[in-house]
Design a protein around this ligand. Structure first.
Ligand SMILES: N[C@@H](CCC(=O)N[C@@H](CS)C(=O)NCC(=O)O)C(=O)O
Length: 216
């Protein structure tokens, strides 16, 4: 199995990068500087016509969408245990969390960060206000789940849902209400996951200095 990950530091590629490190599988990581617009280079657009990261080239074929890549990797590496086995009791809640994070929270994040460029700048304030409400609803939902005594989103062990959730929560660090402010159970969950060696490692490899322990 061969993997080449096109990533940008702290971006939607981060959970995929983290998962590859957590699983200990060989891969090559190639930096795409999205601040410099490298995602719109013709060579990159041939790999990813949306001009976004991540792209994961799997056995020579470029694949996209962070949540899909996490699920694909979980299927290809069942021994890593980052997803409940098909047919197991935890499989349905895993699907639910993955789809909720990818389908509700991630688009709200995109709206928050890209309201001016994805849409009409005149309406960006309203787009961001709705995005903020959705993101804070997600924080409340995660806080309630953790407050009910769950150490992880799914079952009793780390899964792709936690990898995706933590990176999404990282993106709230400069928002009006960061995930670590006002949701105490969520804050404990964040601080615990930030201490995982593979999360520390992905921060080092991506040269990220902010939010290494969940605080700015
Ligand atoms: N739904 C996509 C979203 C990817 C996405 O929005 N990536 C951002 C970085 S977090 C990006 O590439 N931005 C550069 C741009 O849109 O020009 C996924 O989850 O993979």
């Amino acid at each position: 199995m061969s993997y080449v990950l096109y990533y940008s530091p702290g971006a939607a590629s981060m959970p995929v990068h983290w998962m590859l490190i957590e699983m200990g599988v060989p891969f090559e990581a190639r930096l795409v500087d999205i601040d410099a617009g490298q995602q719109r280079d013709p060579d990159y657009l041939r790999l990813n016509p949306a001009g976004q990261v991540p792209t994961l080239v799997v056995d020579g074929v470029p694949r996209h969408e962070s949540a899909a890549l996490l699920m694909l990797l979980a299927e290809r590496h069942p021994d890593a245990g980052l997803a409940p086995a098909p047919g197991s009791a935890q499989r349905a809640p895993w699907f639910e969390w993955m789809v909720y994070l990818a389908n509700t929270v991630l688009p709200a994040m995109r709206d928050w960060f890209y309201a001016d460029s994805d849409g009409d700048p005149a309406g960006a304030g309203a787009v961001r206000a709705l995005a903020q409400r959705r993101i804070e609803d997600a924080c409340a939902r995660l806080d309630a789940h953790c407050g009910a005594g769950h150490a992880y989103l799914v079952g009793e062990r780390l899964s792709t849902a936690d990898l995706l959730a933590l990176v999404l929560m990282r993106w709230t660090r400069n928002m009006p209400r960061p995930a670590t402010a006002g949701w105490p159970h969520l804050a404990s969950y964040i601080h615990r996951l930030c201490a995982l060696p593979s999360f520390i490692e992905v921060n080092q490899r991506e040269k990220l200095t902010e939010w290494r322990n969940g605080d700015s």
